[in-house]
Design a protein around this ligand. Structure first.
Ligand SMILES: C[S@@+](CC[C@H](N)C(=O)[O-])C[C@H]1O[C@@H](n2cnc3c(N)ncnc32)[C@H](O)[C@@H]1O
Length: 264
């Protein structure tokens, strides 16, 4: 009999749930995301992220694609002319409005939006050849979600954040805040491994526009989006930090994403 190795005794699905529940990055609802739709719609079209993501998707003989947490739909729309049907699922009405507008501008009649949460019943979500889940799997229970999405496609493409924080260390230092990270991509890889799925892993980047702001007030709002409540002192320290240091930043920032694909 082969004994379990020490790594096999670790339950990565459970570790994920625990880390997620104590993370300082709190989940956002559909109304929060509605407010982000316009900005994402403007930024994503010419982004290095879209170009790299789309280039790495191998369509093969695929005819149908399901894009979950689709946002403005730009990723799947960039693949849509080679597909017969594309379904874009998101819980944000404003994101889906952008999808329909983007599809209309491209003259696509085979793109259908589905306004649903990742947590909803998916029994009427169609099964497809390919599923993409880009930058959207910030869920409470990742293994559970992976089982759900794996049941909907033959091939899956996921992008997942490298590192457990969206806020730079120097910003946290400016407000003297210690935060608890969220689980990063390595949890996902290990969960898949323990599900007997051996994915391909690559890495892509997105331009960080998170702190690409015009003034100190916008900067405070961006930090608030990530960290939630900030008190008056935090706000004041952030304004000072922005004026003294952040607004003089010349170098463009990038966020790293693991690009993960596998057959289900
Ligand atoms: C960072 S955006 C990514 C959008 C797009 N996939 C991309 O990479 O450009 C995250 C998207 O996931 C959606 N989302 C987040 N949580 C969700 C949930 N529980 N159910 C459905 N959609 C969700 C948001 O509305 C948003 O459109």
């Amino acid at each position: 009999m082969l004994e379990k190795s020490n790594i096999q005794r670790i339950d990565f699905a459970e570790l994920y749930v625990k880390q997620k529940s104590i993370s300082s990055f709190k989940p956002k609802n559909a109304t929060d995301w509605d407010k982000k739709a316009q900005g994402l719609n403007e930024r994503i079209k010419n982004s290095v992220y879209l170009k790299d993501f789309v280039q790495k998707v191998e369509l093969g003989n695929a005819k149908t694609l399901l894009d979950i947490g689709c946002g403005t739909g730009d990723l799947s729309l960039a693949l849509a002319d080679r597909l017969e049907k594309v379904y874009c699922l998101d819980f944000s009405a404003q994101m889906l409005k952008c999808v329909r507008q983007n599809a209309k501008e491209k003259g696509f009649l085979h793109v259908q939006t589905l306004q649903k949460s990742l947590y909803d019943d998916w029994s009427n979500v169609p099964e497809c050849d390919i599923l993409i889940a880009s930058r959207c799997l910030e869920v409470k229970d990742l293994k559970n979600m992976l089982e759900k999405l794996n049941s909907k496609a033959k091939k899956v493409y996921i992008s997942y954040k490298v590192g457990g924080s969206f806020v730079d260390e120097d910003i946290l230092n400016a407000i003297d805040k210690t935060i608890t990270p969220k689980p990063d991509f390595i949890y996902l890889i290990n969960i898949l491994y323990q599900m007997n799925i051996f994915p391909k892993i690559d890495f892509i980047r997105s331009e960080s526009s998170r702190f690409d702001v015009k003034n100190a007030e916008e900067f405070v709002e961006k930090v608030r989006w990530s960290l939630g409540d900030l008190d008056k002192k935090d706000e004041e320290n952030l304004r000072k930090f922005y004026e003294k240091s952040y607004r003089h930043k010349k170098q463009k920032d990038y966020i790293r994403w693991a690009f993960i694909s596998y057959d289900t």
